[in-house]
Design a protein. Sequence first.
Length: 212
Amino acid sequence: MTAGALTYRPQLDGLRCVAISFVLIEHFGGYLGTFVAGGYYGVDLFFVISGYLITAILLKAQHPSFAASYRVFLGRRALRIFPAYYALLFLLLLLDFGPVRESFPWLATYTFNYPAALWETEGRDNQLFYLWSLSVEEQFYLLWPPLVLALRNRRNCLLGVTAAIIAVGYAQATHSIVHALTPFNYTGLINRMGSLGLGASGAIYVSHRLLP
């Protein structure tokens, strides 16, 4: 096993299956899909899993320096996501798919979650709306690792920061404490940090054997 690698846990695949099922029920479940807001909870569960896995990887990293750990982490994430994602974007550009052409700067820079939310509010037809979650993930990959790597040997401090992030994220998502962020309560990074932070806190507790 390489440094920073995680043991395969089939239970996480089970949780992914639950999350996907919620999304599918909302979009293809007929009456049940209109009655249960499954898509929201499915994506929320994906963010919890992502927060757990990314934080666990960072806490296990054994590279000699902060810079090396961060560089290796970003490199692995890029190799995992970028090839398929950008291949899709450029293929759709070649096919002259209008929504990609109009939104390409945001899609290419993983900032699509913000205009997507505004367009959804305006009632504009947005066939690419569901790519917003990838933007949230990439923004999380950029901003969260430096904090974890800087504080990974200071458990209580890292837990305190994570608890604050969870509190702010859920407060914004449920009570719109910052009015300017309210349009992005569904798609914004800060607004979704509650779920990502919840998963991250689980990884911190597990890494320090405070949870099995």
